[in-house]
Design a protein around this ligand. Structure first.
Ligand code: X90
Length: 277
């Protein structure tokens, strides 16, 4: 049996065209509450609660056991994780891989460190599904997905870096420099899989322009694009329109992010994955 497994930062509960897909949840917590990033999460309630909560909040990656449960029964497994540059999730998946292989030495497991998250992970998963549905072998998929990932990128526009800086995922100096209200922070996933802020703009129109300039400079010409938003469909749709107008993009999807990306990108934020070729 072939299985596709990702951590919940991919913002998907199903992978179209695939029978066996599991999103293994990360955990979001405060001193008094714990939220599991799965289908039962009430995202709106969680964001409201976090906005009113005065203490610290945290996240935790899945345990190897969480991955092992998702692998169960499979002999060919494709795993996609959030960047190892910001999370222990990929390391945990690799521990699970070794454990599974010691019980099932004939199994084949590919653990892919996305060096990214959200929509870029979704695009990697969609490509894996496409390659498998074309009947490609494990070895072919391994090579072709690496080639594919050489040309995918992640951009984001955030309204706050509070949760990222509180959890040590961005430099405190960068975070305090944007601690002003009503600012849009534009950033990218760096080649090392860390957060690289590149610009900040007061107006949403300007930040979309700045982002599209970055995309064009990276070679974007209108190929497949995915936009996840944290309760901001309006802004995400406007970004999609602007991209369609400038690049003629046909294959765009706009959809809400789930718990983990929403926690870090925070209300109002958007994440964009695209193929730059
Ligand atoms: O607890 C954990 O192990 C999870 C930690 C995850 C930390 C970062 C999540 C970022 C989510 C924010 C903007 C895009 C970041 C680009 C990634 C390279 C989304």
């Amino acid at each position: 049996m072939v299985k596709f497994v990702a951590d919940s930062s991919c913002d998907l509960f199903e992978l179209p065209g695939v029978e066996h897909f599991t999103a293994v949840p990360l955990i979001i917590s405060t001193e008094e509450r714990t939220y599991q990033d799965d289908m039962n999460l009430d995202l709106h309630e969680m964001l409201d609660y976090l906005a009113s909560y005065r203490g610290r909040s945290y996240t935790a990656c899945p345990s190897p056991d969480g991955w092992l449960q998702a692998f169960d029964g499979a002999d060919e497994i494709y795993v996609v994780t959030i960047t190892s540059g910001l999370s222990g999730t990929c390391a945990s998946a690799n521990v699970a891989k070794e454990m599974y292989l010691s019980e099932h030495p004939e199994a084949k497991i590919l653990v892919i460190d996305s060096l990214s998250t959200g929509p870029e992970m979704r695009m990697i998963l969609e490509k894996l599904a496409e390659l498998k549905n074309l009947g490609k072998s494990f070895e072919e998929v391994e090579k072709e997905i690496a080639d594919y990932m050489a040309n995918t990128h992640l951009y984001f526009v955030l309204k706050s870096l509070h949760n990222l800086s509180q959890n040590g995922r961005v430099n405190k100096i960068v975070a305090s420099a944007v601690g002003i209200l009503h600012i849009n922070i534009l950033g990218i996933a760096s080649p090392e899989g860390t957060i690289a802020p590149i610009n900040k703009c007061r107006s949403e129109k300007k930040v979309i322009e700045a982002m599209m300039d970055e995309m064009a400079a990276a070679g974007y010409k209108g190929a497949k694009l995915r936009i996840a938003h944290v309760e901001n469909e309006e802004f995400a749709t406007r970004a999609a329109e602007a991209i369609r107008n400038r690049f003629g993009t046909a294959d765009i999807l706009v959809y809400p992010s789930t718990g983990l990306c929403s926690f870090y990108a925070e209300r109002g934020g958007i994440l964009i994955g695209c193929e730059c070729k």
